[in-house]
Design a protein around this ligand. Structure first.
Ligand SMILES: Cc1cc2nc3c(=O)[nH]c(=O)nc-3n(C[C@H](O)[C@H](O)[C@H](O)COP(=O)(O)OP(=O)(O)OC[C@H]3O[C@@H](n4cnc5c(N)ncnc54)[C@H](O)[C@@H]3O)c2cc1C
Length: 393
C-alpha cells in the first residue's frame, strides 16, 4: 500500500496531524498505524473526567479521527522499522506500506521497575490501562499509586474518589515539593490526607512482587507497601527507537527543526516524542496535550506543503480534586519563586525565576486566564522583581 501521508502512532498527535493535513489537502490519502488497541482518544480524560463525571464515557473520549478526516486508522498495528531509502515502513506483522511523507508520532513509554504488567500492576498510559484499573477497583480494597508527579497525583485522587483505600508513594519530602513552593506543596499534600489518601513521603519504590492476589512493593527506606494492586506514574521516556534505527538524530527525543522536520525532508516528528526549538523556551521536549494538539496540527499542515515555522509555546494543566492549574515553562522548586496569592494555596500565581531574576516558568493555580501575559514575561527575558510581578496576572 502507498499513502500520501503515513502517520506512525495512533495517539493525540496522529489525530491533530490528520486534521492539519486536511486543512490543506482534502484528497490525499492518509493512514495511521497505531500500536494501541483503541482508535485515537483524548488521553487526559483517563486520569480525570472518566473517574469524576459519571456522564462522561467512551463516546466523549473518542477523537473521531477517521470519520472527520477520512484517514485509514489501523489499530493494534506496531511498526517495526522505517526504511528511508525506499520510503517505506514495515509492521511487526510483516506488512509493508510506502509513504509520500511520514510523521513519527510514537509518543512516550512509561518508566517501569522490574515488575511485570498484569491486571494488578498497571503502568498507566492507555485506555486499556484505564479499563484495567477500573476493573481492579471492583475487587480491590487498597491500591498503591507510585509517583508524585501529575499522573500519580491525578490517579490517586481519582481512586480515592471511588472509595478505594489509596497509598501514594512519592520521593518528595512533601507531595508536589519538586514543583511547588513550600506553601503550595503543604496545602497540596494536606488535600490528599483530607481525602483519606495515605502519603508515603521521601521514598522510592525499588522492587515489587506479585503473589496470592497481592502486590508487595519494597521502598528504598527499608519499608514495604502491600496492596491489592498498584498503578505507576513514574514518568515517561520518548518512544524514539524507530527513528534511531532509521538513522535519524535522537537526543532526548527525535530532533526536528522549526518546521517539525527531521534531517530527512520527508520525515516529520511531533508531540511527546519530538525535541523541537521552542520560539520562547528554547529547544525542548514537551509531554503535554496542548503541545500534542498544536504541534500535531502544524506538522500535518507542513507535511501538506504549508512551510510554516511552529512558533507556538504550549501550556499544560492538571486537575486534582477541586483544584486545577495551568502553567508555561519550567516549574521547579530549584528555581527562585515569587508568589502572588489571592488566597494562599487556593488561588494565585507563582513565578519561577533563574539566578538572573529572569522568569523561566509561570504557574496559575485556580487562575484560568493570563497565559498570554505569562508568554510575554517568558519571551521578554528581562530581570523582574517582586513588585514588577505582583498583579501582572
Ligand atoms: C493519563 C494521562 C493524563 C494526561 N493528562 C494530561 C493533562 O492533564 N494535561 C496535559 O497537558 N497533558 C496530559 N497528558 C499528556 C498528553 O496526553 C500527551 O502529551 C499526549 O497524549 C501526547 O500525544 P502523542 O500523540 O505525542 O503521544 P500518545 O498520545 O502517547 O500517542 C502515541 C501513540 O503511538 C503509539 N506507538 C508507539 N510506538 C509505536 C510503533 N512502533 N508503532 C505504532 N504505534 C506506536 C502508541 O501506542 C500511542 O498510541 C496526560 C497523559 C496521560 C497518559
Amino acid at each position: 500500500m502507498r499513502y500520501d501521508y503515513l502517520i506512525i502512532g495512533g495517539g493525540m498527535v496522529a489525530d491533530s496531524a490528520a486534521r492539519g493535513i486536511r486543512e490543506r489537502d482534502t484528497t490525499g490519502s492518509i493512514a495511521i498505524l497505531g500500536a494501541d488497541s483503541d482508535e485515537p482518544y483524548s488521553r487526559p480524560a483517563l486520569s480525570k473526567k472518566l473517574w469524576t463525571d459519571k456522564d462522561f464515557g467512551r463516546d466523549q473520549v473518542s477523537l473521531d479521527t477517521a470519520a472527520d478526516t477520512g484517514a485509514e486508522v489501523h489499530t493494534g498495528t506496531r511498526v517495526a522499522s522505517v526504511n528511508r531509502s525506499d520510503s517505506s515502513v514495515t509492521t511487526q506483522a510483516g506488512d509493508r506500506h510506502e509513504y509520500g511523507t511520514l510523521l513519527l508520532a510514537t509518543g512516550a513509554t512509561p518508566t517501569g521497575i522490574e515488575l511485570a504488567s498484569s491486571p494488578r500492576v498497571v503502568y498507566f498510559r492507555t485506555f486499556a490501562d484505564y479499563r484495567a484499573l477500573r476493573e481492579l477497583t471492583k475487587t480491590a480494597d487498597h491500591i498503591a499509586v507510585v509517583g508524585g508527579g501529575y499522573i500519580g497525583t491525578e490517579i490517586a485522587a481519582a481512586l480515592s474518589g471511588q472509595g478505594v483505600k489509596v497509598t501514594l508513594v512519592t520521593s518528595d519530602a512533601v507531595l508536589g515539593g519538586h514543583m511547588f513552593p513550600p506553601s503550595l506543596a503543604a496545602a497540596f499534600d494536606k488535600g490528599f490526607a483530607g481525602h483519606g489518601v495515605t502519603v508515603r513521603r521521601g521514598a522510592k519504590v525499588v522492587s515489587g512482587a506479585e503473589a496470592s492476589a497481592r502486590v508487595q512493593l519494597q521502598l528504598d527506606d527499608g519499608s514495604a507497601v502491600e496492596a491489592d494492586g498498584v498503578a505507576f506514574g513514574l514518568g515517561v521516556r520518548p518512544s524514539s527507537e524507530l527513528a534511531e534505527a532509521a538513522g535519524l538524530t535522537v537526543d532526548d527525543g527525535i530532533v526536528v527543526d522549526e518546521f517539525l522536520r527531521t534531517e530527512d525532508v520527508r520525515v516529520y516528528a511531533a508531540g511527546d516524542v519530538a525535541s523541537y526549538p521552542d520560539a520562547i523556551l528554547g529547544r525542548r521536549r514537551i509531554e503535554h496535550v496542548d503541545n500534542a494538539t498544536e504541534m500535531g496540527k502544524a506538522a500535518g499542515r507542513n507535511m501538506a506543503g504549508a512551510a510554516e515555522p511552529y512558533s507556538y509555546t504550549p501550556y499544560f494543566y492538571s486537575d486534582v480534586y477541586d483544584d486545577g492549574y495551568q502553567a508555561i515553562g519550567t516549574l521547579s522548586s530549584s528555581l527562585h519563586t515569587v508568589e502572588d496569592w489571592k488566597s494562599v494555596g487556593k488561588e494565585g500565581v507563582v513565578y519561577y525565576l533563574d539566578d538572573d531574576a529572569v522568569v523561566r516558568g509561570v504557574l496559575m493555580w485556580n487562575v484560568w486566564e493570563g497565559l498570554d501575559v505569562a508568554r510575554t514575561l517568558l519571551a521578554e527575558k528581562e530581570p523582574q522583581t517582586e513588585q514588577s510581578l505582583r498583579g501582572a496576572i
